[in-house]
Ligand binder design. Structure first.
Ligand code: NAD
Ligand code: UDP
Length: 318
């Protein structure tokens, strides 16, 4: 049995990861300050004696003895990470220093949840790991993008300088059950709007693209990445290469929900990337043939069912 720390474990992705790690017979410590996460997401895990919930902020040092660390603590939705940009930077940078400190002291393996945002508004398409990106260092998204870029640098340098066993994954847009109603990201926004019969808010002309990965595919990739040998540190892209425009996404959501919602156009946020699609060759090669299995339509159906239950009061958020 391994003892595993998951920071940001009470968030959307973190709660799925905690559940998976517990199901595999590990002891899991979930650390979260509940900024965008909630106890509700891990409610059904709280009875498990091998699960511990710790209310703590990663910007403050934390001491524990563990075998592995997954560092997910950081708001991920543009609305939330831009709410308090300085705190977002501190969470990424001071959080990374604190968890890397734990890994250095305990010799734990540590995985950083980085992001496709390190590529910014990319000039290379699809994005492969060797691309350095096109990030505005003083723009509205920079608190997140540059925070995550600095965290990658910290991870690589703790590896080079102190032999810490690090892993870096770059997650592309991921969606699924346990997202918050007010998360603010596009998939949850569109589904919640469609289910409520409200207008679907498309920012800009809707021709910008994203590639959407269902959360179960990501979790599989994360666990496989943690299991790779110490010589492979990444970064490795984890995402679904199927690319859709926001207009296509809106159409699918309207079809699948049978909603009468109409599309409304709002201004495009500053520095909103025009295109995004992962090259996943490296993940396939290094992670035992890993590739996303869940098609957008199937993932949307599961997510719609989830939000339908939450909105009708029949479902728990977990
Ligand atoms: P989320 O907002 O649901 O989860 C983030 C969790 O971190 C929340 O539970 C939040 O309360 C916690 N947190 C935030 N600041 C903290 C702090 N200072 N101390 C302790 N806990 C803190 O978002 P998510 O989608 O689950 O994202 C999880 C991780 O994956 C993030 O690091 C994010 O950057 C990364 N990521 C996600 C996506 C995606 O599409 N979902 C894409 C790229 C990267
Ligand atoms: N978007 C949109 N309507 C919404 C929310 C987002 O059209 O209600 C767009 C947003 O401008 C971006 C894309 O959807 O082009 C993905 O946004 P999201 O916030 O999900 O993630 P991002 O990839 O931008 O970090």
């Amino acid at each position: 049995m391994k003892r595993i720390l998951v920071t940001g474990g009470a968030g959307f992705i973190g709660s799925h990861l905690c559940e998976r790690l517990l199901n595999e017979g590990n002891e899991v410590i979930c650390l979260d300050n509940f900024f965008t996460g909630s106890k509700q997401k891990v409610l059904k895990l709280l009875n498990n004696p091998f699960f511990e919930m710790v209310r703590h902020d990663v910007t403050m040092p934390y001491y524990i003895e563990v075998d592995e660390i997954y560092n997910l603590a950081c708001p991920a939705s543009p609305v939330h990470y831009q709410h308090n940009p300085i705190k977002t930077i501190k969470t990424s940078v001071m959080g990374a220093i604190n968890v890397l400190g734990i890994a250095k002291r305990t010799r734990a393996k540590i995985l950083q949840a980085s992001t496709s945002e390190v590529y910014g508004d990319p000039h290379i398409h699809p994005q492969e790991e060797s691309y350095w990106g096109n990030v505005n260092p003083i723009g509205d998204r920079s608190c997140y993008d540059e925070g995550k870029r600095c965290a990658e640098s910290l991870f690589v340098n703790y590896n080079h300088q102190n032999n810490v066993k690090v892993k870096i994954i770059r997650i592309f847009n991921t969606y699924g059950t346990r997202m918050e109603l007010n998360d603010g990201r596009v998939v949850s926004n569109f589904i919640v709007q469609a289910l409520k019969g409200e207008n679907i808010t498309i920012y800009g002309d809707g021709r910008q693209t994203r590639s959407f990965q269902y959360v179960d595919d990501l979790i599989e990739g994360m666990v496989r990445m943690m299991g790779t040998g110490d010589d492979f540190i990444g970064p490795v892209n984890l995402g679904n290469p199927d690319e859709f425009s926001m207009l296509e996404l809106a159409t699918r959501v309207i079809e699948l929900t049978g909603s009468r919602s109409e599309v409304t156009y709002l201004p495009l946020p500053k520095d909103d990337p025009a295109r995004r699609k992962p090259d996943i060759s490296l993940a396939k090669e290094k992670l035992g043939g890993w590739m996303p299995k869940i098609k957008l339509e199937d993932g949307l159906k599961k997510t719609i069912e989830y939000f339908d239950k939450v909105l009708s009061g029949k479902g728990e958020a977990g």
